[in-house]
Design a protein around this ligand. Structure first.
Ligand code: ME8
Length: 634
């Protein structure tokens, strides 16, 4: 085993649905987890949800639900979103779970007994958005909270406090001595904060004001402050203190957050650990914000992109690739749909997709899919190998340094070089002129390069890499990163398949239709418009018999159907979530046949299936008795 990596994401608040910002952190961690597993590491990946506090109570009240009912619902949505984006977390921790509460109370009791907390009366400006008292520096000129733009409430309360100041010299020294925070400019930011005395941290909330929290074990009139509760997930999620394996994970712990929660992670958390007698985490990785129209994407501003919608509509690998390729870790990045499409079409559809298609098409067409033996290798063949191997080395270096955008760019340079190689060596010309051994050698070299790209990219493009490797006669589960440079794979004599295109181009005509969220349905109009019957007669509706059906690669919702009505037509239909391909074969359906043909994910669609929708889902309209294919529906 190469080593151990314990990776965490923040536990997200369940006061709203996941958005692209949450997806970014989670997908970065997932890509790293997959990468290190591929390299033989033991990886433990923890994510989860933060479910206590005022914010949650207010959000539940707004929709007329109890806090528990509400958090159960949203936590399920977070989990399902990560499942749908193929996030390979090992544990999902919820702060309302008994296993977490027990650990929080254990830690509170321990620190209380050590004399770390004291009861004090405090009065000041309390922000319900921040869920804490604000200092005067945190208010704007109008006296409002700088983050939430709302006026604070003046409160006078008795609470328990944790003396952070006592630990300031130790924390300063630790940060100066060790590279605990990456990128280092965030470390500088924290060191700046540590120049001034740290105010005591209020770790309780009176139950009379807020009861939705973990009760203090030493005073039942109080619940725990949500941040004190939340940070402990990083220990409760690995079974601290009972499960003996927590220690080996903790000493290899890597937290991933955005800069919004730097202070609790870089100041409160190391101090809490120190007070407990535990070492700090190994590293805190901090990224920037995804912006929309130059503003931080956030639920309170409402300028959010729904990652689930985007991935279901255009493919989850595309979303993963875009997020890692576009943001330089540590800095802000602007999301734009145009950029999303440009990046996809240029890198995945053009460069990578074309290379795969051209190579596999030639092998399938001229060698019946059989991988040929290597003949004599020429300098240009060795050059391709050298370029690929060089790019892989850089890819590893940058990936491990969290510079995903550079890592991907390095690998795509090799992909582009492989396209140059195929143009220069022109295997089709060799075939035409009867030099089959040479053509076989070039194609085998290319197949092996494609296999290297598929393995290396599998942490970022898990879905398509798995399919591609399967089409190359290989199984991702049996491969490791080292196999990228095994030029003997795929093996001579094995069979490869072209399959359907993995990255079909998004066509111009589709772009104007694209959205970043489920469109909000219009209110039903009181008066519906009516039309003369001639309008209806314009539509040619026919009975069609489905003779073939398959999933469209990389599009969760789409099926490609071949339908007789009576001539054969190809139809791309968004029904994959409701029907399996095999259920459709032989079925008679109703089709609109005089629709203008359209390209969907690069595939021509010549008609539309009629279906009924309700809140249970979708059902196809089918004739009651068997009818001749092509019969008119009126
Ligand atoms: O802060 N760009 O939860 P949260 C990039 N429960 N990342 C973003 C982002 C954006 N625009 N918006 C959100 C909390 N994120 C606490 C955490 S941990 C012990 C407790 C991501 O739901 C990013 O990872 O507000 C950020 O740090 C996190 O979501 C905040 O999630």
């Amino acid at each position: 085993m190469a080593g151990i990596k314990y990776f965490t994401t923040p536990i997200y608040y369940v006061n709203s649905y996941p958005h692209l910002g949450h997806a970014y952190t989670t997908l970065v961690v997932d890509s790293l987890a997959r990468y290190y597993r591929l390299k033989g590491y033991e990886v433990f990946f923890l994510t989860g949800t933060d479910e206590h506090g005022d914010k949650i109570v207010k959000a539940a009240q707004k929709v007329g639900k109890s806090p528990q009912e509400f958090v159960d619902e949203i936590a399920t949505i977070f989990r399902k979103t990560w499942d749908s984006l193929l996030v390979t977390y090992d544990n999902f921790i919820r702060t309302t779970e008994e296993r977490h509460k027990k650990v929080v109370q254990y830690i509170l009791q321990k620190l209380y007994e050590k004399g770390e907390f004291y009861l004090d009366e405090y009065e000041g400006n309390y922000c319900f958005g921040c869920e804490r008292f604000l200092t005067s520096k945190e208010l704007d000129e109008e006296g409002k909270c700088k983050d939430h733009k709302t006026p604070p409430v003046y409160l006078k309360e008795k609470n328990y406090f944790f003396n952070l100041e006592k630990y300031r010299p130790w924390l300063k020294e630790l940060l100066e001595k060790e590279d605990l925070i990456y990128p280092s400019f965030y470390k500088e930011e924290v060191l700046n904060l540590l120049e001034e005395p740290l105010p005591p941290l209020c770790i309780s909330r009176p139950k009379a004001r807020l009861s939705w929290g973990i009760e203090l074990p030493f005073d039942r009139d109080y619940v725990t402050y949500v941040w004190f509760d939340a940070l402990i997930n990083y220990l409760s999620g690995i079974g601290f203190p009972e499960n003996p394996s927590w220690e080996k994970l903790w000493t290899n712990s890597y937290h991933f957050i955005a800069k919004d929660i730097l202070k609790p992670h870089a100041i409160y958390w190391p101090i809490m650990l120190r007070a407990l007698g535990l070492p700090p985490y190994k590293k805190l990785f901090v990224h920037g914000y995804w912006l929309m129209h130059k503003m931080k994407m956030s639920k309170s501003l409402g300028n959010i992109v729904d990652p689930l919608y985007l991935s279901q509509k255009y493919g989850r690998d595309i979303l993963r690739y875009y997020l890692l390729r576009e943001m330089a870790f540590g800095y802000d990045a602007e999301f734009s749909l145009e950029n999303f499409i440009l990046r996809y079409n240029a890198d995945l559809a053009n460069d990578y997709g074309n290379l795969i298609f051209r190579t596999l098409n030639l092998v399938e067409k001229h060698f019946k899919g059989v991988v040929q033996p290597y003949g004599e290798l020429r300098p240009e063949d060795l050059e391709l190998r050298a370029v690929v191997e060089g790019a892989l080395k850089k890819y590893e270096k940058y990936f491990e340094a969290l510079q995903f955008h550079t890592a991907l760019e390095e690998l795509f340079q090799a992909i582009r070089y492989a396209n140059v190689y195929i143009d220069r060596t022109a295997p089709w010309k060799e075939i035409k002129e009867g030099r089959l051994e040479r053509a076989g050698t070039i194609l085998r070299n290319l197949l092996s390069a494609i296999k290297a790209f598929a393995i290396a990219l599998s942490p970022v493009l898990p879905d398509s890499s798995e399919t591609l490797l399967r089409n190359l006669g290989l199984n991702l589960k049996d491969l490791s990163f080292e196999d990228t440079t095994n030029w003997g794979l795929p093996k001579e004599g094995s069979i490869v398949y072209k399959g359907s295109p993995l990255f079909p181009r998004i066509e111009k005509e589709e772009i104007s239709e694209m959205k970043i969220q489920e469109p909000i349905k219009e209110e039903s109009k009181e008066e519906k418009e009516v039309y003369p019957i001639e309008e209806f007669r314009k539509w040619d509706l026919r009975i069609g018999k489905v003779v073939f059906a398959e999933k469209v690669q990389g599009a969760d919702k789409l099926l490609r159907l071949e339908v007789l009505c009576p001539e054969k037509r190809q139809i791309v239909s968004g029904i994959a979530q409701y029907y399996k391909p095999e259920e459709l074969i032989g079925k008679e359906v109703v089709i609109v046949v005089n629709l203008k043909p359209a390209k969907i994910r690069g595939i021509l669609s010549e008609g539309m299936l009629l279906a009924a929708h309700d809140d249970k889902g979708l059902t196809l309209i089918v004739p009651e008795k068997e009818v001749t294919a092509g019969a008119k529906v009126s």
